[in-house]
Design a protein around this ligand. Structure first.
Ligand code: GDP
Ligand code: MN
Length: 377
């Protein structure tokens, strides 16, 4: 799953004809000022941090401005923020609309029903988790016929809409349903969906796309999301690779063993800095490639924790020894290996010949790598 920034979500909304406020992205205070001065964004306007976490309204990451000068000052204040651990690099400036009522609306997948589901509530503008169940209507949608007109009417009734806004909802739901399907979305959420005048406007957009459908969407390639440059390289090579804040590199195979390895390191006071899941492979070259990628992350020490199954221990050992030959001496790091399972004896022997000892128990190997990385964090 990949979460899109609000402005990307709204670009999709625009493509499908959903009603939006007039707006534009800015990346500097000067740009924000210019957009409001030249009328691209009408005043008064709303200035919103483009971060992936919600709760921006409450958290000071949404501000209002009445003049171009105010827009510049507000933009400068928000661009300096670190919002829930994420640096604000982009802003969305939009005309400020007079809201008569804030509603909630989303389309998502209900995994237990195994159906798309339309969720609506007349209590919008706050996190849906905080809304009482009695004020939320969940309407399962059959994926083949799509949203039926009686389902759309039921949503309108729950939202308390009549007249213009009810008609607006009808069109909006049709567009949103098409978007949800064609764009392979897991979630499209509009919160708040605002009643403005005689219609509705999507004031916020949260879109999560299913990136396993990426092969159908070449246009997603430029969505870099929050990947680091190395994570980007790994993704292109098809290696599961994630960078964290610590200093120990972890190479394991299988999501379960990889997660357990991170936990064990934490347990012994270590801080995992990057992890790499070898998955199942019988090609030592893939292992070498993965290792060289790990080396580029410059870990203080690396823990290789492999349980040989499909991926045999000797395959991993061969790939590893080859990689170590290619890493310049100055960039080498202490390595603690624990390889068990299929072809363990052969693997251990290959490592031994290259001067690497495999420590068979989890506790001792984890403690050894924490010590090699400079002790407890
Ligand atoms: P979130 O808090 O991260 O979900 O950010 P939102 O985009 O939902 O904005 C938070 C709140 O700002 C909304 O619930 C509205 O109350 C307010 N807001 C956003 N756009 C407008 C606007 O055009 N006019 C007015 N009056 N309020 C707005
Ligand atoms: Mn919102």
């Amino acid at each position: 799953m990949v979460k899109l920034a609000e402005w990307r979500g709204k670009d999709l909304f625009r493509k499908y004809g959903l009603p939006l406020p007039k707006g534009q992205v800015a990346r500097t205070p000067e740009e924000a000022e210019a957009l409001t001065r030249n009328g691209t964004v009408p005043l008064p306007c709303v200035i919103k941090a483009q971060v992936l976490s919600g709760g921006r309204g409450k958290g000071g990451a949404v501000k209002f401005a009445n003049t171009p000068d105010e827009a510049r000052v507000a933009a400068a204040a928000i661009l300096g923020l670190e919002f829930k651990g994420e640096k604000v690099r982009e802003l969305l400036l939009e005309e400020k609309l007079p809201i008569a009522k804030e509603l909630y609306l989303s389309l998502t997948l209900d995994r237990s029903l195994r159906l798309p589901i339309l969720i609506v509530s007349p209590q919008g503008g706050v996190e849906i988790e905080s809304v009482d169940d009695s004020a939320i209507d969940k309407i399962p949608v059959h994926p083949f016929p799509g949203l039926a007109s009686y389902e759309k009417r039921r949503a309108g009734q729950t939202l308390g809409l009549t007249g213009g806004p009810a008609k607006s909802l009808d069109r909006l739901l049709e567009s949103l349903w098409t978007l949800f399907q064609r764009e392979d979305a897991e979630l499209v959420e509009i919160n708040p969906l605002a009643v403005v005048g005689d219609g509705l406007v999507a004031l916020d957009a949260k879109v999560i796309i299913e990136d396993d459908a990426g092969f159908r969407h070449p246009e997603w390639d430029d969505i870099q999301d929050d990947r680091t440059p190395l994570e980007e390289v790994a993704r292109e090579k098809g290696i599961a690779f994630v960078q964290l804040d610590g200093n120990i590199g972890v190479i394991a195979n299988g999501a379960g063993l990889t997660m357990a390895t991170l936990d064990v390191l934490k347990e012994f006071g270590g801080e995992p800095g990057v992890f790499l899941d070898l998955g199942g492979t019988d090609d030592p070259k893939k292992v070498t490639e993965a290792f060289l990628l790990m080396a580029q992350a410059k870990p203080k020490a690396v823990f290789l924790n492999i349980f040989g199954g499909v991926t045999r221990c000797d395959t991993v050992a061969t790939g590893l020894v080859e990689a170590m030959k290619q890493v310049p001496t100055a960039e080498r790091f202490p390595l603690v290996a624990r390889i068990r399972g299929n072809n363990e004896k052969e693997g251990v022997e290959i490592l031994r010949a290259a001067g690497i000892t495999s420590i068979p128990t989890l506790r001792e190997s984890a403690q050894a790598v924490v010590a090699a990385a400079g002790g407890k964090a």
